[in-house]
Design a protein around this ligand. Structure first.
Ligand SMILES: [Zn+2]
Length: 317
């Protein structure tokens, strides 16, 4: 779940893409035909430790997200043995054992950037804001008269009814492109951290117009790639019969997507607040289907990126 009011959210992020091209932009002509565009995928199971995320009737988001994430990493590794998988956590802890949410988010982003991730994948479960299973709703029945004389007045009479929580479905979040400074900063920081071995990078001025322009170019590419992957993921969910809320851009609450200098998506794999969907999210069958859908999307995404390169589409700084 992404908290709508907070920028300090625990989120899963996927990062991809930048490092291979930054590191090898210069020798692209020699290596382009065979060099895969995605070599490191960072998988970020949402929440963890003292932060449980949302919850259903029988489970907590942090545990479901972790279980799906570990299965996802395993499945990706099996199909793409050359891929390096980095997890922000593999147990029930706040990543890096950090004591606060903001520090946990910073750790996630820094790990992704430090690992030269080419894709950042956050795995979460959603909540519609109501209690899981069913929730009480007050319904106006009628008005009744109370008091006497000048104190006489009408007061409402309510009946409590229980409403089944029926919200289900999936969504993929990407950061909002129209406020791109934080992402630009993250991209520049990555470049400034010596990922690129060029000598002039040692004195890389992150505030220079050139740096800003370069960050904007990367940002456009990362945004397009994130939107592409998000669309492919949602398409696969729909093919599996899931309801899709589509690819959603949100500024607030996805700080970790913003802070990673690479394509990043946050996948809401379903609602824990719906009884049936919670059972699905907790089942081996459900988790495997979700993983399968994401792997299918990843395969298409990877082919698209590698194909572009094979066809000689030269990427520029
Ligand atoms: Zn969450």
């Amino acid at each position: 779940m992404i908290k709508k009011t907070s920028t300090l959210l625990t989120i899963c992020v996927i990062t991809m893409g930048s490092s291979s091209f930054e590191k090898h932009a210069g020798d692209g002509a020699r290596f382009a035909p065979s060099r895969p565009q995605i070599r490191t995928v960072v998988i970020d199971p949402g929440h963890g430790g003292f932060d449980p995320g949302t919850h259903g009737l029988i489970s907590k988001e942090k545990n479901v997200a972790l279980s799906i994430s570990l299965r996802l990493g395993k499945a990706l590794q099996q199909e793409f043995p050359e891929l390096k998988i980095v997890y922000t956590r593999t147990t029930d802890i706040m990543p890096g054992n950090k004591p606060t949410l903001p520090e946990g988010i910073r750790y996630r982003a820094e790990l992704a950037n430090r690992s030269h991730g080419d894709l950042f994948l956050c795995i979460h479960c959603n909540s519609d804001g109501h209690d899981p299973g069913k929730y009480a709703v007050q319904r106006l029945l009628r008005y009744k008269t109370v008091g006497r004389g000048r104190r006489k007045r009408q007061v409402p009479v309510y009946a409590t009814t229980w409403v089944k929580n029926t919200t289900v479905g999936t969504a993929t979040y990407i950061w909002k492109a129209d406020r791109n400074l934080p992402k630009g900063d993250a991209i520049n920081q990555r470049q400034g951290l010596g990922e690129n071995a060029k000598a002039d990078n040692a004195a890389f001025d992150m505030t220079s117009p050139e740096a800003k322009m370069r960050a904007q170019l990367y940002e456009k590419k990362y945004f397009a790639n994130s939107a592409l992957l998000g669309t492919l993921v949602q398409n696969e969910f729909v093919r599996s019969g899931r309801r899709s809320e589509g690819v959603v851009q949100r500024q607030v609450g996805i700080g970790v997507l913003q802070a990673t200098g690479m394509p990043s998506v946050l996948i809401e794999t379903g609602y824990l607040t719906n009884k049936e969907e919670e059972l699905y999210l907790n089942s081996k069958k459900g988790q495997n289907q979700i993983v399968n859908d994401i792997v299918n999307a990843f395969r298409q995404y990877k082919a698209r990126l590698d194909g572009k390169q094979k066809h000689g589409e030269k990427q520029k700084h």
